[in-house]
Design a protein around this ligand. Structure first.
Ligand code: MSP
Length: 640
C-alpha cells in the first residue's frame, strides 16, 4: 500500500514581506500535513520561495541591490513567520538553489530535444506583477484580466512550449479524474479557458536577466512560471543525482494554490508533465482569498491590524490558526477583520472550549482532589454524549479528506457545545452536595474528560500547542492521545490526575482591544511601515554617543565561543570591547578597520572581560551578521 502523502503550498514571491494571505495557504497545508502524519502517513510537506523574474529584478533595482541581496532577508522573514506559526514543512525550496537551477535547465533541454519547445517571436501583453502573458483579447483596455493592473506590450525573441496541442488531453484528464481540480467551480473555469482556445506558451525571456539561463542559448532566461512549477519535482531530486525522494513521493497528492493561479497548475503544469512523460499530480485545490475588509459599517475600528507577527503576539498562534481555518470555508473568499477574529476567540475558544476545560478540571480538583477513581454510574442521558464523541472521528475524517476544514471544526464544536450542555444538565455542583451522588458526579466528570481527550486529538492539526496543553491538564498520556484512540471511549485509566493550569484562551475585552488596535493603526500610518516601530524622542537619540574608532587589536576570548575581545582607539583613548561576532569574523579580518561604537554604554563584564561599549553590526539574516565598516571616515568622528 502506498503510505506516503505529498502536499505542497505555492512557492511565494519574495517581492514583499510574508503576510496573512500567504499564511492562509501555508497554515491550511500544515493542518493537512499534521492530520495525515497523525494517521500514520509518511508525509512530505513542501513550501518555498519563487525568486526569479522581472518583478523581483525591478524591485531590487529600485532598492539599489543585487536581486539575491534584495530577496535573502525577505526569504528569512518568510521562514521566521513559518516558524512562528508552527509550520511543520519537511522541505523549503528556493528557486535560486543550485540543484533546482540545474534541474530546470535539464528539463528545458529535454523538452527542446523532444520537440516540445521551439524558437519564435513573442508579441503580446505582459503583466509584471502576475508574471503572465496575455493576448489582445485577454488584455482588454490594456489591463491585466487577473489583477486589473496595467499590462505592457512586449516583443522579443522567445522559445515557445507547444501548449496548444494539449487541449484535448487536458479536457480528457479532467473528465476521467473528476477530482483533479477542486472545488468544482474552478474546474468549470478551466474547462472554459481551454475551450476558448489555448495558445502556445512563451517559456523564455530575453529582455531581462534575473532568471535561470537556457543552457543552449544563454541570451534567454527560463520563464519564471516554468521555473517555478517544476519546483514540485526538483525539490524531491528530479533532475539531480539523488532522486530517491522524487521516486518515493511523486506524484503529489495535492497542490494547494490560490484561485488566481489554478490556471498555471491545472493547465500548464500537467501539460509540461505530459510532455516530459511524467506522472501527474492527483489534485489541485484552488482555495479562496482572504479579503481585508474595512471592519464593517458599525465598526469602531479604524482599519485592521493584519500583520501576522502582531496578531500572533497579541492572541497566540493557535488562535490565529484556528480563525483562518474556521471562519472561511476553504474554497471560498472571506473577509478578515479584527472584530471577527476577537469574536471567534471570545466565543469559540474562551467561552466554549476554554471554559469546558477549565470547569471540568476545576471541579475534579475541587471535589476529588484532582483524581477520578470511579466511573461506573452511567445514566441514559450519557449515551447521546458518548455516541456523539465516538462517532466524531469518522465525521471529522470525511470533511478533512475533502479539505473542508471549517466543517471539520464545526463538528468538533458540536461536541464542545454538547459537553457544555451536559454540564448544565447534570449540574455537578448539585451532585457534589449529596454524599450518595458522589459516584454519579465522578462518572459525569469522567465523561467530560473523555470528550475533552477526543476533542484534543482531533484539534491537534489545527492547534498543536493547545491540543497538547489540554492533554497535559487532563493528565492524559501520549498513548491514549493518538489518532486510533480518538474513536474509542473509556481510554482514560481510573486514577488519572488532572492539573489546572493557566487559562488556555483568556477572554478579550472587545472595546479595550479595539482601542489598542486603533492606536497601533494610527502609529502605523505615521510610520508608513508594515511593522510597528515604537517612536522615540530626539532627546532619547541624543543620549546615545556614537563614535568612529579603529580596531587596533583583536583576539578570541578563551572562555567563550561567540565573543571577540577588541582593543579600539578613538584618536584619544583606547578601550576594550567584547563583541559577539566571532562566528562571523576572524581577528585578522577586523584589525585595522574603522567601525562605529556606542561609546557611552555602562561597562559590563562578559566572560571575564570588562567591555566598554558596543560595536554596531547588522543582523542580515538568521545566521549572518555584518559589522558596519566605515574605513573612509576619520577615527574620532561623532555620528549624529
Ligand atoms: N510565485 C507564484 C506561485 C508559484 S507556485 C509554483 C505566486 N506567488 S504569490 O506570492 O503571489 O502568491 C502565492 C500564493 O499566496 C497564491 O496562492 C495566492 O493566492 C496566495 N495569496 C496571496 N494573498 C492571498 C490572500 N489575501 N488570501 C489567500 N491567499 C492569497 O503566485
Amino acid at each position: 500500500m502506498r503510505n506516503t502523502y505529498y502536499i505542497t503550498t505555492p512557492i511565494y514571491y519574495p517581492s514583499g514581506q510574508a503576510h496573512l494571505g500567504h499564511s492562509y495557504s501555508t497554515v491550511a497545508a500544515d493542518v493537512m500535513a499534521r492530520y495525515k502524519r497523525m494517521q500514520g502517513f509518511d508525509v512530505m510537506f513542501l513550501t518555498g520561495t519563487d525568486e526569479h523574474g522581472q518583478k523581483i529584478e525591478l524591485n531590487a533595482q529600485k532598492e539599489g541591490l543585487a536581486p539575491k541581496d534584495y530577496i535573502d532577508p525577505i526569504v528569512d522573514n518568510f521562514k521566521r513567520l513559518w516558524k512562528l506559526l508552527g509550520i511543520s514543512y519537511d522541505k523549503f525550496i528556493r528557486t535560486t538553489d543550485d540543484y533546482h537551477k540545474k534541474a530546470v535547465q535539464k528539463i528545458f533541454d529535454d523538452l527542446y530535444k523532444k520537440g516540445e519547445i521551439y524558437k519564435g517571436k513573442y508579441s503580446g501583453w505582459y503583466c509584471t506583477p502576475c508574471e503572465s502573458f496575455f493576448t489582445d483579447v485577454q488584455a482588454k483596455d490594456g489591463k491585466c484580466p487577473d489583477c486589473g493592473r496595467e499590462v505592457k506590450k512586449e516583443e522579443e525573441e522567445s522559445y515557445f512550449f507547444k501548449l496548444s496541442k494539449y487541449s484535448e488531453k487536458l479536457l480528457k484528464l479532467y473528465e476521467e479524474n473528476p477530482n483533479f481540480i477542486q472545488p468544482e467551480s474552478r474546474k468549470n473555469e478551466m474547462i472554459k479557458f481551454i475551450e476558448d482556445g489555448l495558445d502556445d506558451l512563451c517559456v523564455s525571456r530575453t529582455s531581462f536577466k534575473w532568471g535561470i539561463p537556457v543552457n543552449f542559448d544563454k541570451d534567454h532566461v527560463v520563464y519564471v512560471w516554468l521555473d517555478a512549477l517544476t519546483n514540485y519535482i526538483t525539490a524531491q531530486g528530479y533532475g539531480s543525482e539523488d532522486d530517491s525522494d522524487y521516486k518515493k513521493y511523486w506524484p503529489a497528492d495535492v497542490h494547494f494554490v490560490g484561485k488566481e493561479i489554478v490556471r498555471f497548475h491545472a493547465v500548464i503544469w500537467p501539460a509540461i508533465l505530459m510532455a516530459l512523460d511524467l506522472p501527474l499530480p492527483k489534485r489541485i485545490f484552488g482555495h479562496g482569498w482572504l479579503l481585508f475588509g474595512d471592519g464593517g459599517k458599525m465598526s469602531k475600528s479604524k482599519g485592521n491590524v493584519i500583520d501576522p507577527n502582531i496578531l500572533c503576539k497579541r492572541y497566540g498562534v493557535d488562535s490565529i490558526r484556528y480563525f483562518l481555518m474556521r471562519e472561511i470555508p476553504f474554497g471560498s473568499d472571506g473577509t478578515f477583520t479584527n472584530e471577527s477574529l476577537i469574536n471567534r476567540i471570545n466565543f469559540d475558544l474562551a467561552n466554549d472550549l476554554g471554559n469546558l476545560l477549565s470547569r471540568s478540571v476545576a471541579m475534579i480538583e475541587k471535589y476529588f482532589d484532582g483524581c477520578i477513581l470511579e466511573n461506573s454510574e452511567f445514566s441514559n442521558i450519557d449515551n447521546d454524549l458518548i455516541n456523539m464523541a465516538k462517532s466524531l472521528q469518522s465525521e471529522y475524517q470525511k470533511h478533512m479528506d475533502n479539505f473542508h476544514f471549517s466543517a471539520a471544526l464545526d463538528k468538533i464544536w458540536l461536541l464542545v457545545s454538547k459537553s457544555n450542555k451536559y454540564i448544565d444538565e447534570n449540574m455537578p455542583w448539585k451532585l457534589a452536595k449529596e454524599e450518595e451522588s458522589k459516584s454519579r458526579l465522578s462518572t459525569v466528570l469522567y465523561n467530560l474528560c473523555e470528550c475533552l481527550r477526543i476533542i484534543s486529538i482531533l484539534l491537534f492539526p489545527f492547534m498543536p500547542d493547545s491540543s497538547k496543553k489540554i492533554q497535559h491538564q487532563l493528565g492524559a498520556k501520549e498513548d491514549i492521545c493518538k489518532w486510533e484512540s480518538s474513536s474509542k471511549w473509556g481510554m482514560l485509566p481510573l486514577g488519572f490526575k488532572v492539573k489546572k493550569e493557566e487559562l488556555l484562551f483568556p477572554r478579550i475585552d472587545v472595546d479595550k482591544e479595539i482601542e489598542e488596535l486603533n492606536k497601533i493603526i494610527e502609529n502605523k500610518d505615521e510610520n508608513n511601515n508594515d511593522n510597528i516601530v515604537k517612536l522615540i524622542d530626539i532627546e532619547d537619540f541624543c543620549k546615545v554617543d556614537l563614535k568612529v574608532v579603529k580596531i587596533e587589536n583583536c583576539e578570541h576570548i578563551k572562555k567563550s565561543k561567540k565573543l571577540l575581545k577588541l582593543t579600539v582607539n578613538d584618536g584619544k583613548n583606547t578601550r576594550t570591547i567584547a563583541s559577539g561576532i566571532s562566528n562571523y569574523y576572524s581577528p585578522e579580518q577586523l584589525i585595522g578597520r574603522h567601525v562605529v561604537i556606542v561609546s557611552n554604554l555602562k561597562p559590563v563584564k562578559l566572560c571575564g572581560v570588562e567591555s566598554h561599549g558596543m560595536i554596531l553590526a547588522a543582523d542580515c539574516s538568521e545566521d549572518d551578521v555584518k559589522v558596519i565598516f566605515v574605513d573612509e571616515i576619520p577615527v574620532g568622528s561623532k555620528i549624529r
